[in-house]
Design a protein around this ligand. Structure first.
Ligand SMILES: [Fe+2]
Length: 365
């Protein structure tokens, strides 16, 4: 089975490259963090295209390529060397000497990266069969560009699965259930103010409740710790893993709603300034769906009583979110949040049936 092989000791960089290539339509991308283990796997079944990180412990990219070349493994495999920008100039000639025909800078530029890999695939004598898209399919969802689903009137067969998965998520997280439904309404209201179509708002409303489904893979002790409690490094990494778990869980579904849910699961903790996780993407490299859900989720968290966390009133939440514009949040999404604020209060009132927010709504005018 033809496939793309990637070796990089940094699992996050590896995940980023794999996601970009899968999004571009490459059907089989196999990753290795351990170059020595990759040697054995590649000898058994050579990849159609190989991407190798330059700086790795034990065995660097040049040495790895040398060993693969000596074994005749990469005789028919186009190879690219990937490296941090600071090492590029010093390693370029060594990479070419070792058989690389491309040198790519990390962090990779998504569009350039997928186009270059596609060109490498054309050089391969082991053709990759896949649904390569003629144009780059970005992880980024540009403003108003997500295609609306076809309104054929045909019954959707993924809706029962979506509802079932919502219930699965609710089993693992006290906050889910009512929270996820309410948050999905917030997300749709913000999307409306942002200028997305009704169909796009509907898609977001369907997919957003699954944003934290990756928590089903999270350890109990980590999950129970509230935001107020200090997480040690190990627990923080375990907690952050819920984004990747959710993505991995949902990404293989052919359902468009499930694909969007996978995108949201992966991107809803990224920050506009690049300080988020898991991929530390910044600006419009972050999926728009994730940027919207990040604001909706935060608004809900700050206006909901949860264990270990004080209740924030809506006006205070509004100030907190505004203060994080351009840092945690996309400024354009925060503007949309501002425009949708009255709608959010109405949604909140609807779910709470409470008078507290009626008072806040009155003061907001
Ligand atoms: Fe989350």
């Amino acid at each position: 089975m033809p496939y793309i092989g990637i070796v990089d000791d940094n699992p996050i960089a590896l995940l980023h490259m794999r996601i970009l290539l899968e999004r571009a339509g490459f059907p089989d991308v196999r990753t290795h963090t351990d170059p020595r283990a990759s040697l054995a796997a590649f000898k058994l079944e050579p990849p159609s295209v190989l991407l190798v990180d330059y700086l790795m412990p034990d065995l660097d990219g040049i040495e790895l390529l040398g060993q693969l070349q000596a074994a005749g493994t990469t005789l028919h495999t186009p190879v690219a060397m990937v490296s941090g920008a600071e090492d590029l100039e010093s390693m370029r000639l060594s990479a070419y000497r070792a058989g690389a025909i491309e040198v790519l800078a990390k962090p990779v530029n998504p569009q350039e990266f997928t186009l270059k890999v596609r060109n490498l695939a054309r050089l391969s004598t082991v053709p990759l069969h896949g649904r390569f898209q003629s144009d780059f399919s970005p992880l980024v969802v540009p403003r108003s560009s997500r295609a609306a689903p076809a309104k054929t009137g045909a019954p959707r067969d993924d809706v029962p699965m979506l509802r079932m998965l919502e219930k699965v998520a609710a089993f693992r997280d006290d906050r889910t259930g009512k929270h996820t439904t309410r948050m999905a309404f917030y997300a749709a209201a913000i999307a409306h103010a942002y200028g997305l179509s009704i169909a796009q708002q509907d898609q977001l409303m369907e997919a957003a409740p699954l944003h934290d489904i990756g928590n089903i893979g999270c350890r109990d002790d980590v999950l129970r710790k509230g935001k107020g409690e200090q997480l040690d490094d190990e627990a923080r990494v375990a907690m952050q893993q819920h984004t990747i778990t959710g993505y991995e869980l949902l990404r293989d579904s052919p359902s468009e709603a499930m694909q969007l849910a996978a995108e949201i699961a992966l991107s809803h903790h990224e920050c506009w300034d690049g300080s988020g996780y898991p991929l530390r993407l910044s600006g419009e490299h972050i999926a728009l769906s994730g940027r919207i859900v990040a604001v909706a989720d935060t608004f809900d968290a700050l206006t909901t009583v949860r264990p270990y966390e004080p209740q924030w009133l809506a006006e205070r939440a509004r100030r907190v979110i505004k203060a994080d514009s351009g840092k945690r949040f996309d400024p354009a999404v925060v503007d949309a949040f501002e425009s949708a604020f009255d709608s959010l209060l109405r949604i909140k009132r609807h779910f709470d049936g409470g008078e507290v927010f009626a008072a806040v709504a009155a003061s907001a005018h």
